[in-house]
Ligand binder design. Structure first.
Ligand code: PDD
Length: 291
């Protein structure tokens, strides 16, 4: 039984078992589409504006005409949050280029994009993972050169995450030309001598919405931070490593390739950031705009 009862597809809410997409949909045939994942805390959408900005950038980058205007997107997300009910959820939205009449790499200009959305319960990172931290493997980044686009084409990410799992780790940190970039579905942070580092935005990583909030929280609370490329060799000497995302929040990494990170426990800087992040979520839950 799927955990989602009802989904949004092309303008209608339907039971998940009744949702039908053509086998000629380019999302199915080519992974030709983009997506977003937006958390909802106590009915309130988390940084919807930033998610919609990134969605617009992804659509523009792949040349899919935006099927809705900004107000329509906002209305859809608000309705998704309302239907999800109380508690915490994540709204998954995907837009594919649509269904053609044949399989052809070249697409006609007049395809109608397929818009699909569903909400799932969001339980946040398990307390036990926050207490112990997670383990990661470094793996060579085999993805393409446009990782800044939030494309549904995630085969490389799937293979990398699976490889990390089969090697006994929770996730992978991806390396390209000797620099650490991000996780398979998360942004990367490192603490060195009390300073927080994250790689600058580029075509080799996704501009994470959670990443930007973490930097804002650092700034607001007087924690020194820098956007700077992270050489693999420096990552191996980090006092703390974190992975951040909409679903995993700020996750401490306590083992890197089997070696302890710092003292092998979630670090003091992480504890402060975790507190600021939870306070921010609480403000959002209570209806404040300030998160
Ligand atoms: N992934 N980097 C990659 C490759 C990601 O897939 C994600 C998010 C992030 C973090 O972005 P944000 O903070 O905006 O969630 C970084 C989502 C959650 C997913 O694929 O499910």
């Amino acid at each position: 039984m799927p955990e989602v009862a009802e989904v949004y597809l092309d303008g209608r809410f339907v039971p998940i078992g009744d949702a039908r997409v053509s086998v000629l949909d380019r999302g199915f045939l080519f992974g030709d589409g983009v997506y977003e994942v937006v958390p909802v805390y106590g009915g309130h959408l988390f940084r919807l504006g930033q998610h919609l900005d990134r969605l617009a950038a992804s659509l523009a980058a792949v040349g899919i005409a935006d099927p809705y205007d900004r107000a329509e997107w906002e209305a859809l997300f608000v309705e998704m949050a309302r239907r999800a009910g109380p508690g915490d959820h994540s709204v998954y939205l995907q837009i594919t280029r649509g269904a053609d009449v044949r399989r052809d790499h070249v697409y006609p200009p007049d395809l109608k994009p397929t818009v699909f959305a569903m909400s799932s319960p969001l339980s946040g990172p398990p307390a036990e993972q926050l207490a112990r931290g997670v383990s990661v493997r470094t793996l060579e980044d085999i993805r393409w050169d446009r990782c800044d686009i939030k494309a549904v084409t995630l085969l490389a990410n799937v293979m990398l995450r699976q490889a990390a799992r089969e090697a006994g780790a929770d996730d992978a940190v991806l390396l390209r030309h000797g620099f650490a970039l991000e996780g398979t579905a998360s942004s990367l942070f490192m603490v060195h001598d009390g300073v927080l580092f994250t790689p600058p935005k580029s075509r080799h990583l996704l501009p994470g919405v959670t990443r930007d909030l973490v930097l804002e929280l650092a700034e607001a609370n007087g924690l020194a931070w820098r956007e700077e490329s992270i050489p693999e060799t420096v990552l191996r000497r980090a006092d703390e490593i974190w992975l951040t995302s909409s679903t995993r929040e700020v996750m401490p990494v306590t083992r890197l390739d089997g070696e302890p990170v710092g003292d092998g426990m979630p670090g003091a800087v992480w504890k402060r950031m975790h507190g600021w992040f939870q306070a921010c979520k609480q403000r959002l839950r209570s209806g404040s705009e300030s998160c």
